[in-house]
Design a protein around this ligand. Sequence first.
Ligand SMILES: NC(=O)c1ccc[n+]([C@@H]2O[C@H](COP(=O)([O-])OP(=O)(O)OC[C@H]3O[C@@H](n4cnc5c(N)ncnc54)[C@H](OP(=O)(O)O)[C@@H]3O)[C@@H](O)[C@H]2O)c1
Length: 301
Amino acid sequence: MKKIVVIAGATGNLGGKIVNALLARNVEIRAIVRLGTDVKKVEELERKGVKVFEVDTTNKSEISKHCHGAHCFVSALAGLRETVMDTQKIFLDAAVHAKVKRFIPSDYSSDFTNLIDGQNRNLDLRREFHRYIEKMPIEVTTIFNGPFMDLLITDMPLILFKQKRILCWGNPNQIIEFTTTFNVAEFTAEAAIDDNTPRYLRIAGDRISCNDFVKLMSHLTSENYKIFRPGGIKLLNFLIKVTRFFSPSKKELYPAWQGMQYMRDMMEGRIIFHEYDNSRYINIKWTSVKDFLIQEKFSNK
Ligand SMILES: NC(=O)c1ccc[n+]([C@@H]2O[C@H](COP(=O)([O-])OP(=O)(O)OC[C@H]3O[C@@H](n4cnc5c(N)ncnc54)[C@H](OP(=O)(O)O)[C@@H]3O)[C@@H](O)[C@H]2O)c1
């Protein structure tokens, strides 16, 4: 019999890729979407064979009905408190009520277990959700994957392609983990149908420092890349405070200061590097930063 996986956030970037990875694994997929979700995205999911349920996300019993018989509830929601805490709690309660075996919360980040409360708004919300989830009678598995590798060519100001610089705060030998969203999705799909997973699973498509980036980019482009180091972690912390103070909106998910908080956490050295679970599912082929940049034709940037 096919395993049933319920997913929230299937209309999003990572959620959509998790859906594709689950489809490739012959799973029955039920997507819970909120009222008013883009019709085109719902139709696209339905075309792929996903059963989509548009629900009032405050209605636990309605959501619970759609969870009956499911092996796992995967959350790939993105948002601030009203989503990560309020809506995710309702989804979790609904899954518990329907006796779903496992819940995968929407974490998919660097390992935040050793970070300090009050330093990273978006990750603090996930830590707060963990305090709630730990008390619930359901298996929970968090996936830690470091920053999405995809961000290297979009929103993360680390490789400064035009200036031929690597922006580095603090220690240029500090290791950073990166994983493509494609690999995160494949791994999440495997974990969702696994019969027995631990509380935490940690993966990294690649591990690379700013100094390694200099070597890699110089090699790939035959240009002379260098480190650009405006200062250390203390200066970055100061800039975060100032930028946050002058930030016009408190409701934006990724304002500049939030990006800087992620950068500080990557570079500060508080993230503990554990053993990786990459080899847990042998059919996953991990993409390195080098292969990703080549594949994405970074040279056009
Ligand atoms: N490690 C990294 O570098 C990194 C980078 C980016 C994201 N992430 C994490 O990956 C996860 C997914 O992010 P993403 O970028 O894929 O998100 P996304 O593309 O913005 O998609 C968010 C999804 O959540 C749904 N959603 C948001 N608020 C909701 C609510 N209140 N009720 C119901 N559904 C709601 C959206 O539905 P609608 O279609 O209805 O809007 C959409 O399906 C998050 O945990 C995020 O923090 C990690």
